[in-house]
Design a protein around this ligand. Structure first.
Ligand SMILES: [Zn+2]
Ligand SMILES: [Zn+2]
Length: 92
């Protein structure tokens, strides 16, 4: 098991806790959604956001990096508009 990096509250120097992991920010209709790990300070209740970049994966079909928990939007659009990816058998 890998240990998470300790995050420190910038306001009171307390160790803050991971509240929500890899929260998708913005609208579901956005192509490239920003994922953030949400940390909460137990002392002052402030919320801190950190980019959840470690959950990004590279699509083996088109090489686009996208969140691991979401499908590749480039391939999805390619398929929808009859692009090159549409001719390949895509694994769901
Ligand atoms: Zn704090
Ligand atoms: Zn792709």
């Amino acid at each position: 098991m890998m240990h998470e990096m300790k995050k420190i509250c910038p306001h009171c120097n307390q160790e803050i806790e991971l509240a929500v992991k890899s929260y998708p920010m913005g609208s579901v209709f956005q192509m490239n959604r920003f994922h953030a790990d949400i940390y909460r300070c137990p002392a002052c209740q402030r919320i801190s956001l950190f980019a959840a970049e470690r959950n990004m994966v590279t699509c083996p079909v088109c090489g686009t990096s996208h969140p691991a928990q979401e499908k590749c939007v480039t391939c999805a659009l390619d398929a929808a508009f009859g692009g090159t990816a549409a001719r390949e058998k895509l694994v769901p």
